[in-house]
Design a binder for this molecule. Structure first.
Ligand code: CA
Length: 224
């Protein structure tokens, strides 16, 4: 059997907490029950849950929205909010604070389990598009415009980055110098095809053996 998936449940109503616990345990989760925001944050820090189920109305200094706010300040641990308050404002505030889903009391525990599973699938799944291209030991982080060679960050000029990115977007394909010029320098660019060679030389110098770039004589270049 698979390891139970750890979840922290922050809920001050013991009847609701036990009911949710029962259904989640049945569904393959291990539930750490907290009754206050303070205890919730402590369990989240110490029990390493994969997801947090959070009641909004909690006794004590820290309510559910504050817990959510603190979690979002630290990272993207999935949060499902649970609340008796069916106010539109709570819903909007909760989602703005980065909660992944919302269940309003009274709710069916089965529905909650289904939502928890869906949130975890979204958080884990390949559906979240990765902005990192890899080519052998080279990683190209498109959004951050960062490149790592065998795990080490390497500083590239904007043009070198765009050239590497274009090659990494077409792994295994031979790209001609003209194709690379059109894609990276733009179709309106006027100049020598050897410009590409100069930039390739720079990439090879900076990235070293991590760069599996092949020169196809008389044609162009192929990455991977
Ligand atoms: Ca409550």
């Amino acid at each position: 059997m698979a390891e139970p998936v750890p979840v922290v449940l922050v809920e001050d109503d013991p009847h609701i907490a036990d009911l949710v616990d029962l259904y989640l345990r049945d569904a393959g989760f291990k539930v750490f029950q907290a009754t206050t925001g303070e205890q919730g944050l402590e369990y989240i820090a110490t029990r390493r849950p994969r997801l947090v189920i959070l009641d909004l109305g909690l006794p004590g200094e820290i309510d559910g929205l504050e817990v959510c706010r603190q979690l979002r300040a630290k990272g993207d641990l999935p949060v499902v909010i649970l609340t008796a308050r069916d106010g539109e404002i709570d819903r909007v505030v909760g989602l703005e604070l980065g909660a992944d889903d919302y269940v309003t009391k009274p709710f069916s525990p089965r529905e909650l389990v289904a939502r928890v599973r869906a949130v975890l699938r979204r958080a884990d799944g390949p559906s979240r598009p990765s902005s990192v291209l890899t080519a052998g030991a080279i990683e190209v982080d498109v959004d951050r415009r960062e490149v790592r060679a065998a795990g080490t960050p390497v500083a590239l000029t904007a043009r070198e980055f765009d050239l590497l990115r274009h090659l990494a977007e077409h792994p295994g394909l031979v790209l001609t110098r003209q194709q690379l010029l059109d894609a990276v320098w733009g179709p309106g660019w006027v100049g020598d095809e050897r410009t590409v060679d100069v930039h390739v030389r720079q990439l090879r110098r900076k990235l070293g053996e991590a760069l599996a770039l092949t020169t196809v004589w008389g044609v162009g270049y192929r990455l991977g």
